[in-house]
Write a new protein. Structure first.
Length: 133
């Protein structure tokens, strides 16, 4: 991918992957466009792979990747993507029998969400509660 594709794809890759996770070939092509070594690009690729794994029902693998993406987005101070990744981790861990990690991910997601300002682009607090595990 070119430098232009990096700047166009990187900030959108995680959201595109969540929306298009059932189309693995398309998501992988988008990931292929993002060959930039930046920390944001790495976090976005990880989040995209987590979405693919989640769509495939690879729950523990997806949960771990969502958690790692959340950590990376947290280090980059991107709370929206951090929160969405933690939500993904909680969803995936909830699918794993005998896993206690779903609650921990959900609690961390609530903590991150509490640091974010409410705005027209984010779900209301009531809707957020409905999304959580």
């Amino acid at each position: 991918g070119s430098a232009a594709s990096t700047w166009l794809v990187a900030p959108r890759l995680a959201a595109l992957a969540r929306a298009l996770a059932d189309d693995v070939d398309l998501v992988e092509r988008l990931m292929g466009e993002l060959d930039h070594p930046s920390p944001y690009a790495a976090a976005a690729r990880l989040s995209a792979q987590a979405a693919i794994d989640e769509a495939a029902g690879l729950w523990p693998q997806a949960a771990r990747r969502h958690s790692e993406a959340a950590e990376q987005f947290g280090r980059l101070d991107v709370p929206l993507e951090q929160w969405l990744s933690l939500q993904g981790s909680a969803r995936c861990w909830a699918q794993v029998p005998d896993s206690t990690r779903a609650q921990a991910s959900s609690s961390e997601a609530r903590r991150v969400r509490a640091t974010m300002t409410d705005g027209a682009l984010l779900a209301s607090s009531e809707a957020v509660g409905q999304l959580e595990v």
